[in-house]
Design a protein around this ligand. Structure first.
Ligand code: PEP
Length: 254
């Protein structure tokens, strides 16, 4: 059974005070009984990982980073290593987000190194893939997604399905209010699962594949009702406690 997973990607938002307040509101707002069905994590900017790791210690809400560098330590000004994330008890780390690919030139081979480095530290990568609008219009969705999945996961070994999470995030749906239909998203998720099966066999049945792109309280239930959609990576709607709590609630069918 794949437990539904909802992760909030805060991107480059919030002051320290606001970040602490939001997490306190989530700890109060998310009913303790919902966690049986829904796993919850937040991905704040790097600078808030330390205080939030303290606030979240011993609570059901997990901590995720939004990116990482693949080396353990060294002269890499401005970078943060998987060892540092592990030290702060990050359970997850987003890698290959389309904003990193588009604005910072991140390539599949970089994502691959990050995935390997995270797994070696016991941190679960949330590997983002997804096509741009022009690629969808050109009928290249599967070709693009296959290239990203194979590039990011080339040679990667996993011991357990919980070692990795995939997020299908069509670029045209991110922050635009345009959400993929549940059926269109399901088609891509099923395709991704087949690709994972070709790499890891039966383990792929238990790997969670999240949908991301304008997920809101009123569309999450129909997305997670699809057989291969196992949760959501949420950007804008994770910035307010009220909407994120509603998303968690509706994702669990409460
Ligand atoms: C994201 O950037 O991961 C995302 C899904 O953003 P939004 O929910 O705002 O579309």
């Amino acid at each position: 059974m794949r437990r539904t997973f909802v992760c909030g990607n805060w991107k480059m938002h919030k002051t320290a005070k606001e970040a602490l307040l939001l997490v306190k509101q989530l700890l109060i707002g998310i009913d303790a009984t919902w966690y049986d069905k829904v796993e919850v994590a937040v991905a704040p900017p790097f600078v808030y990982l330390f205080p939030l790791s303290r606030l979240l210690a011993g609570t059901p809400i997990g901590l995720s980073a939004q990116d990482v560098f693949w080396e353990g330590e060294g002269a890499f000004t401005g970078e943060v290593s998987p060892v540092m994330l592990k030290d702060l008890e990050c359970r997850y780390c987003i890698v290959g987000h389309s904003e990193r690919r588009i604005y910072f030139g991140e390539k599949d081979k970089d994502v691959n190194k990050k995935v390997r480095a995270l797994i070696s530290q016991g941190i679960t990568p949330i590997v983002c893939v997804g096509e741009r609008l022009e690629e969808r219009e050109a009928g290249k969705v599967k070709e693009v997604v296959e290239g990203q999945i194979k590039g990011a996961l080339d040679g990667v070994e996993i011991a357990s399905p919980s070692d990795i999470v995939i997020a299908y995030e069509p670029v045209w749906a991110i922050g635009t209010g345009k959400v993929a239909t549940p059926e269109d998203a399901q088609e891509v998720h099923a395709f991704i699962r087949e690709l994972l099966k070709s790499m890891w066999g039966k383990l792929a049945d238990e790997i969670r594949i999240l949908y991301g792109g304008s997920v809101k309280p009123d569309n999450v239930a129909s997305l997670v009702a699809q057989p291969d959609i196992d949760g959501a990576l949420v950007g804008g709607a994770s910035l307010k406690a009220e909407s994120f709590v509603e998303i968690v609630k509706n994702a669990g069918g409460f």
